[in-house]
Design a protein around this ligand. Structure first.
Ligand SMILES: Nc1ncnc2c1ncn2[C@@H]1O[C@H](COP(=O)(O)OP(=O)(O)O)[C@@H](O)[C@H]1O
Ligand SMILES: [Mg+2]
Length: 367
């Protein structure tokens, strides 16, 4: 498995995009890739971090100049493949995929409808396909909040229908708490009534299932448990988007439900999909989110483990790029449990990235 390509990666300044580029550079140093990478980002500071050949700022994904800017860069640098990393950017690139293909730029993305879908759409798709989700009520007015507590009990989990990283999520114990939360966020202009959902509260373990698909077929996947979030003590919900400590697990039920969740969202998955799952008070596992996007740490897991084990066939960003460009893999990868169990990824602000193996206490400094 060796790949030589000229690629454009968007959102390279964010942690996820940075991780994607860094994983590919690791593959390069291991001698299995040779890449020219044009990296883009909106943020003038964050764009300085990633190891790209050329960095170029773009307007936001919602700006009419966003797609034309990417097309111009693709032409200027004779780009063969585009990987828009943040889901907001991936969604508009997927919508406009024809314009890239016409210029000879290939991409490997889910249909736009499967990227960053609203939470109520996700819950409906999963429910309709028999995938377990927390009981859910859409909130339009304060009466809906009262009814939700009457029907679902207490506490509940409130959150915004759109957005990521636990946006406007909070455990609420009473209708009053939920209503005050909505009122404050409406008053401060972050949301409107009608933007919120209430779910039954899932108190148990916090899991993720990450999977790579090609034209409807599962290529590979792994599952992990999130153990800590960074800066959680200064956040009201304790959920700050991406974990500072997580552990790989082999868990048949998560693999089964994760696969069913992806297929419920997109009957013909093509690209990378992430699923979030949580354990309920009854010990059962429920899906809270499925999205045709990369979890922030997915490429970092691949980078860390491929480095530690000296095996680039576990580098997810490399597998993705290989499939996206050539349409096939010339190696065998397992459909499930790509990574050994009991590996911990430890990452905090300023402390670098550590991989820790539970079985023998071995640690690797990844970055
Ligand atoms: N019903 C719930 N009960 C308790 N915690 C929840 C619930 N739904 C979501 N969460 C927590 O919020 C985190 C983020 O929610 P998620 O569904 O992944 O949406 P997003 O990442 O788009 O904000 C989850 O990983 C989980 O820890
Ligand atoms: Mg999530």
């Amino acid at each position: 498995m060796r790949i030589k390509a000229r690629i454009l990666v968007t959102g390279v300044g964010g942690s996820g995009g940075f991780n994607f580029v860094s994983a590919l550079r690791t593959a390069e140093r291991a001698g299995v890739a040779e890449l020219f990478i044009v990296g883009t980002d909106y943020n003038r500071y964050h764009i300085l971090a990633p190891d790209v050949n050329v960095r170029h700022r773009t307007p936001r994904h919602s700006d009419p100049e966003f797609i034309p800017t990417l097309l111009t860069l693709a032409k200027q640098y004779t780009i063969e493949f585009i990987h828009p990393h943040p889901s907001s950017e991936a969604k508009v690139v997927s919508e406009m995929r024809k314009r890239f293909e016409e210029e000879g730029v290939s991409l490997y993305l889910p249909d736009a409808s499967a990227i960053a879908p609203s939470k109520d759409y996700i819950i409906k798709r999963l429910n309709d396909n028999g995938v377990p989700v927390p009981s859910t009520k859409i909130v339009k007015e304060s009466e809906d909040v009262e009814n939700a507590f009457r029907e679902l009990g207490s506490p509940l989990w409130i959150r915004a229908r759109a957005g990521a990283g636990g946006r406007l999520g909070l455990k609420v114990n009473t209708p009053e708490e939920a209503i005050l939360w909505i009122r404050l966020n409406v008053l401060q202009g972050r949301a409107t009534w009608g933007d919120f959902l209430l779910h039954s509260y899932l108190p148990g373990r916090d899991f993720a299932f990450d999977s790579l698909w090609y034209r409807g077929k599962l290529i590979t996947s792994y599952a992990r448990e999130r153990l800590e979030y960074p800066l959680r003590h200064i956040s009201l919900s304790g959920i700050t988007g991406t974990p500072s400590v997580a552990r790989t697990i082999h868990h048949e039920e998560i693999n089964r439900i994760g696969t069913a969740a992806v297929l419920a969202l997109d009957p013909s998955p093509h690209g990378f999909y992430s699923v979030d799952l949580k354990e309920g008070a009854d010990g059962k596992i429920y899906v809270t989110e499925v999205d045709g996007k990369w979890h922030t740490t997915a490429p970092l897991w691949g980078e860390a483990i491929s480095l530690a084990y000296g095996d680039q066939t576990m580098n997810l960003a490399l597998l993705y790029l290989h499939l996206g460009i050539t349409g096939a893999l010339d190696i065998d990868v397992p459909k499930y449990n790509l990574y050994p169990e009991g590996l911990y990824l430890i990452r905090q602000l300023d402390t670098g990235v550590i991989l820790y193996r539970e079985s023998d206490g071995k640690t690797w400094r990844v970055r």
